[in-house]
Ligand binder design. Structure first.
Ligand code: GDP
Length: 526
């Protein structure tokens, strides 16, 4: 058996941040291919029919052509064990996407090189700043006509405020895409078309001055030499510390579809990305090598698999070792629970984990007792911090079809908000219930679940709300004055925290200016 620190040192736990259609799914598939978790690419999307029993839930997924289920995939690469956490990105984009980023140690940013920096990427990068997460960047779709690489990096630097260091440099683009020059290895790696579904044999020419390059690249050889000379003078140098502080990102060019360049990024993760990091709790810092088990729940997923009609709580292991059958303490409830059937998610299949270490994710069966942010330990009373709620971006008023079911509705909504599906706000000055979400699909999910799980029929009405901010103030008197003055805009969330509900962004800005002593937060800790 390998030692605990060896296990931990080998782990890399990351997620992909990107705008829809930039190529996240395609690159995930290629990552799994390199991790030998897939025999042949092309099998992640489009589950074989008949593989799962059908349910309304699955129908809903099918109708919309999207997957509500998200997963964690573990695969080996070189001497590392990679944990890739999926971040829902299309209509299934939700607060879970944000919260998943609090459970990783690094991120891969995928950019569509024809488009550049797009808004979802900006939002997700904002979230990674909460923990100064190290970011590696993949400029995708080089087999298409892309924008000027320098311009792309400038855009990343300007908009995302992170320094770019090219590690590979593209030679041509679109139909003329020849491959990349690896600046650190001083070698040209040639691209071959039509080999996207396999791991290609490496075709490498060493040395920028090698005359073989002129033979093979023609006019591109000198052009490349000129570009590299310019880059060497102008570009930042790779600095591991700045990378680990989230201030600098190594940039790789390639095509996910052509499975070219993906392995260069994976090498980057193995060589530079941090092993599982220490984590803060309300009591002390927890180091991954500590022998005692600890971890926190960052996501709860309902009805993942209709064959197992339960909820799964995703727990990030922070220290110690999980072993099947061990007893751990559910700190909030002060109760010991025996975990005999935690799950891991290898390439989409649920399998039983025998053991897990810091950096790994395990799935716990949850019958309604686990909430997002819950800590589990070997016995110590402490609570991990940094697993917040994020201010919703979309709001609707929810109305009951049967007014006698108000209690069930409130109960259902509060439970669903504890799972992180949506947030619920109860205005101080009315009996309305406002539902807030980060992604639009969540609204439908909630109505569907209210009906099937809580027997409550509800519908939405539009409401004029632009954003919400949690508010606090050190001075209780000032807070009271603020509450009296702004009562119509204040509400309590599912956990009874006070939140300001702003009809417009301008209103929020004006209120913040008018009440400088009040603090407005975009996130709330559990
Ligand atoms: P996601 O929404 O980020 O998961 O993006 P997908 O992986 O589903 O990709 C969106 C579209 O871009 C799909 O049609 C892919 O086939 C295509 N795509 C992804 N990577 C590449 C690439 O490197 N080159 C080209 N030409 N198309 C790509």
């Amino acid at each position: 058996m390998t030692g605990i620190s060896e296990e931990i040192n080998s782990r890399r736990t990351f997620a992909i941040i990107s705008h829809p259609d930039a190529g996240k799914t395609t690159i995930t598939e290629k990552l799994l291919l390199h991790g030998k978790a897939l025999q042949k690419a092309g099998t992640v999307k489009g589950k074989k029919s008949g593989q799962h029993a059908k349910s309304d839930w699955m129908e809903m997924e099918k109708e919309r052509g999207i997957s509500v289920t998200t997963s964690v995939m573990q695969f080996p690469f070189r001497e590392s064990l990679i944990n890739l956490l999926d971040t829902p990105g299309h209509e299934d984009f939700s607060e879970d996407t944000y919260r998943t980023l609090t459970a990783v140690d690094s991120c891969l940013m995928v950019i569509d090189s024809a488009k550049g920096v797009e808004d979802r990427t900006i939002k997700l990068m904002d979230v990674t700043r909460l923990r100064e997460t190290p970011i590696l960047t993949f400029m995708n779709k080089l087999d298409r006509d892309i924008r000027d690489p320098i311009e792309l990096m400038d855009e990343v630097e300007d908009i995302l405020k992170i320094a770019c260091v090219p590690i590979t440099w593209p030679i041509g683009m679109g139909k003329q895409f020849k491959g990349v020059y690896h600046l650190l290895r001083d070698e040209v790696i040639f691209y071959k078309t039509g080999q996207g579904d396999i791991i290609q044999e490496k075709d490498v020419v060493k040395g920028l001055d090698n005359p073989e390059l002129d033979e093979r690249l023609g006019e591109y050889a000198d052009q490349l030499r000129d570009e590299i000379e310019l880059l060497s003078a102008a570009a930042n140098e790779f600095d591991l510390e700045e990378f680990l502080a989230g201030q600098l990102t190594p940039v790789f060019f390639g095509t996910a579809l052509g499975n070219f360049g993906v392995d260069h990024v994976l090498d980057g993760f193995v060589d530079w990305a941090p092993k599982p990091l220490s984590r803060e709790t309300d009591r002390r810092t927890v180091e991954p090598e500590e022998p005692d088990f600890s971890g926190f729940v960052f996501k709860i997923q309902a009805n993942m698999d209709p064959l197992h009609r339960d909820r799964i709580a995703f727990l990030r292991v922070c220290s110690g070792r999980y072993e099947q059958g061990m007893k751990i303490k559910h700190v909030r409830l002060g109760k010991d629970v025996r975990i005999s059937d935690a799950l891991t998610f290898m390439a989409g299949d649920r399998a039983r984990v025998e053991e897990a270490f810091a950096g790994d994710i395990i799935g716990l069966h949850n019958h309604g007792t686990i909430k997002i942010g819950d800590t589990f330990t070997s016995g110590e009373d402490m609570k991990f911090t940094g697993i917040p709620n994020f201010a919703p971006e979309l709001f609707r008023r929810i109305r009951l079809k049967d007014p006698l079911k108000a209690k069930q509705l409130q109960k259902g909504l509060i439970q669903l908000s504890e799972e992180g599906a949506v947030q619920v706000f109860r205005p101080l000055s009315s009996n309305d219930l406002i539902v807030g979400a980060v992604g639009v699909l969540q609204f439908d999910v909630v109505v569907h679940r209210l009906k099937t799980e809580y027997k409550v029929e509800a519908a939405y009405e539009p409401i004029n709300v632009a954003t919400a901010r949690w508010v606090t103030c050190d001075d209780a008197k000032k807070l009271e004055q603020f509450q009296n003055k702004c009562r119509d805009n204040l509400s309590l969330d599912g956990g009874d925290s006070l939140a300001y509900i702003a009809p417009t962004m301008v209103n929020l800005q004006l209120t913040q200016e008018r009440y400088p002593e009040i603090q407005f937060f975009k996130t709330r800790e559990h």
